[in-house]
Ligand binder design. Structure first.
Ligand code: NI
Length: 171
């Protein structure tokens, strides 16, 4: 397994729409393993392949509480097939936008269909933090970021700040 560098805004690759996985082969399984290692090291509770520069519909998650046993999830071609009517607001962060948190209202429960690391189709009924995290990572696969939930003014402020950081790092 290998830790991969995480891409941050304003890198335009984060806006790409990711392609479906054709087959969960050994390369995809290795990508899942590397993404999990990268996510745990960050540390974070979710990561989409595009955040490590791979435009494939693959994501990993682990929303287990600290001190609880790990409960890694890896999904290829995840799709929401049902969602509950109730919503919850959660302050979300993103490994591609360090130190920024955005309050986002999303359905409290979602059912997601995906291929697991063995290429088998699975369905998972997610609630609470896991439901939030799944929806956040699914957004990444379509090039959507948490700053898209901000007003244009606030979004532009965040982007300007990260452009400046990127410039300073090059200088
Ligand atoms: Ni994110």
């Amino acid at each position: 397994m290998a830790q991969l560098p995480i891409i941050t805004i304003p890198d335009p690759i984060l806006r790409k729409i990711s392609d479906p996985v054709e087959r969960v082969d050994s390369a995809v399984v290795k990508l899942m393993d590397d993404m999990l290692e990268t996510m745990y090291a960050a540390p974070g509770i979710g990561l989409a392949a595009i955040q490590v520069g791979v435009p494939l519909r693959v994501l990993v998650l682990d929303t287990a509480d600290e001190g609880e046993p790990k409960s890694p999830l890896a999904m290829a071609n995840p799709e929401i097939v049902a969602m509950g009517a109730t919503t919850r607001v959660y302050e979300e962060g993103c490994l591609s936008i360090p130190d920024v948190r955005v309050e986002i209202e999303r359905p409290e429960t979602v059912t997601v269909r995906y291929l697991d690391r063995d290429g088998k189709q699975q369905e998972l009924a997610a609630t609470g933090l896991l439901a939030t995290a799944v929806q956040h990572e699914l957004d990444h696969l379509d090039g959507q970021l948490i700053i898209d939930f901000l007003s244009r003014l606030k979004r532009d402020m965040v982007i300007r700040r990260f452009k400046k950081i990127a410039r300073d790092e090059r200088a």
